[in-house]
Design a protein around this ligand. Sequence first.
Ligand SMILES: [Ca+2]
Length: 373
Amino acid sequence: MKLHKKIVAVCVTAGLLTAVAAEPVKVIFDTDMLTDFDDVGALACLHALADAGECEILATVSSTRGNASVGAVEVINSYYGRPDIPVGAPKGMGVMGAYAGAATKVDPSCPLGEKNGGDGGHYKYRKLLADYPGWYRHADADDAPDANEVYRRVLAAQPDGSVTICSVGFLTNMRRLLETKGDAISPLDGKALVAKKVKLWVAMACQYPSGKEYNSMFDAESSRIALENWPTPVVFSDFQYGRDCFAGRAVAEAADMGRTPVRDVFAGNIPSREEVRSNSAKFLQHHFGMGGRAAWDETAVLVAVRGIEPYFNAERGTYRMVGDDGANEWAPDAENGPHLRITEKLSKAEVGRVIDELILRKPKSRSVSTDMK
Ligand SMILES: [Ca+2]
């Protein structure tokens, strides 16, 4: 399966989509392993693409202080044989968990909840840490390094214009990074460092044509500052694209995989086909199609590593926050808009199959035992 080595990457320069020779895309992945679990599929896709030589994962940082959010990332990294990828989390601001709107963190003594239990949406990631002891270093995100330091150190060490940031959570770290000052790592302030080192920011965020979207609404101030001040091209996989592009049931139902942290999360959180079929209110059909869970975050990884062209079309304009309650709007501007939002090219079912194929790939190597307790 070396086909992907021949795929050309697509980069966005000066407003043009330009095909260039394939080199591994250098990616910083910024995620919220807090409530939803398309993040797990996205990180699985990223590792599968790294195994294929299509990308290099420079860092995997959390955009939330939710207790298990960094540890969950480390469990997935360990599964794919990359336990030493730098991790970090925001300090002093941002979403805490259990729910994104919660003002306090989960009490560590709180019993491991079930769906909608006492530890809110965070139960699935607390369970991951409980089930895979020894696969992570940071039981609480607050124990992890400052995401700012991770970003600055990683960016400063990379060639100019070479790094793609793929964010599939809150925009907190982008705002904090832009507001950093020159330091021992780099004399450049955050905005200058980003302008110098970052090629592209791919963000799963915002809602088309307007509305409130999870990733951009809960830390709305950071979203506004990041969107208004980011100095490089930005591509959005917005709520509208991913909401009916489903993936993950294939790995949830895979009979030959055994237990893995990726499969555990999908198998434990996707309703059965029968549940979906018999849900008369259609809630489950909208949120969990027969293909699995809405693949918002996985689509952002596809864009970050393989570019827009193979799977998507794009529309140019501006995503901006309006008011102070987390709402956003899209202003189309085909000539001068600084942002692109992906739209449908391949059918979403086909995109879902591409994502499933990546999630189903077994890791090339593992550096920790996969024996389960
Ligand atoms: Ca996410």
